[in-house]
Design a protein around this ligand. Sequence first.
Ligand code: ADP
Length: 394
Amino acid sequence: MTTRTVLVINSGSSSIKYALVDPDSGASLASGLVERIGEEMGAITHKRGQEKTELTEPVADHGFGLSEVLRLFEEQGPSLAQANIVAVGHRVVQGGRYFSGPALVDDEVVARIEQLVPLGPLHNPAHLKGIEVGRRLLAEVPHVVVFDTAFFQDLPEEAARYALDREIADTYSIRRYGAHGTSHQFVSGAVSTLLGRDDLKQVVLHLGNGASASAVVAGRAVDTSMGLTPLEGLVMGGRTGDIDPAAVFHLARVAGMSIDQIDHLFNRGSGMKGLAGDNDMREVWKRIEAGDAQARDAMDIYLHRLTKYVGAYTAVMGGLDALTFTAGIGENDDLLRAELCQRLAFMGVQINEGENAVRSSEPRVISTPDSAVTVLVVPTNEELAIARQAMTLL
Ligand code: ADP
């Protein structure tokens, strides 16, 4: 079979992340990042295997950024002209209730994504820019959108609906949409394959700068921690996760803060950053080692929240077969994994310390043979997941 590739694009408000993926072998042939679009000086990094090309130049807009990426592909390789690109896959965060799976981009799909901007104000406008310039510059191939919310589209109503006045909730589309769905679907699928079972009760912990948990039964998501927006749920790098909404009323009334200020505080100035002054777990651990009590306290708050979610999801599913860690923290932070599993020892969770400490980019089991729950580390690969989902439409 001749190699086929999918160009995956994740367009942010001032950045474009991209990867050229072989959906059949799973190989990433090249990847890169355009940063600081619209600022005085931008930066582009293009990676092909061990080779890295870095450009520092102003990138006025997404169109120029993507045209530079296409130029880098031709100059540094692999040549897109020869890569047999069969689709361009775009990541979109908010698919609302319209999209339960990937969709071929046409004007109607673009209009739908536009209609969803109020539900995804931080993300969807940036995705639309990426789709617009992508369709213009790569007009000869089909474009596919893959939604972060799609895996959670058929959450049971009892998990998706807030106990909010029904009419208000429905009029303003307020419900739990979830996020990181592409990762939760990819990782839970990989666990099923690895363990050779399709009836598993799973909890997946996607712990990156953003963090979310999902409960998955036999391949179907039955609950997830992110809600109307990615703010809800776990403690994150800069986000509060769960907090009493009355804190908003209180800050508005007592501290005189505006809605925008509170939004910023909850989404960017909180979480590990707000608690420990640092959103990078490596730094937080260093400070804990140095005896910093606030850093230890922040870690305990983070772990407490995780423990509650794993416990709650185990109850919701009536059991737990597999607990899986993924994303930057989940894949790399063996100390955190060990501490969480220690807190879950009452459920019969036992990890093998040696296996837990191994650094690897392969999916792996880290629990002991007689652990009541299989504990795994599975590296997420959202680009490959997007590429494979795109292929299903061709
Ligand atoms: P996102 O995609 O949400 O930006 P990632 O999944 O890339 O995030 O995760 C980034 C986070 O991973 C960093 O903020 C850092 O806290 C954490 N991280 C990365 N490497 C390590 C490590 N070796 N030990 C602990 N944490 C790590």
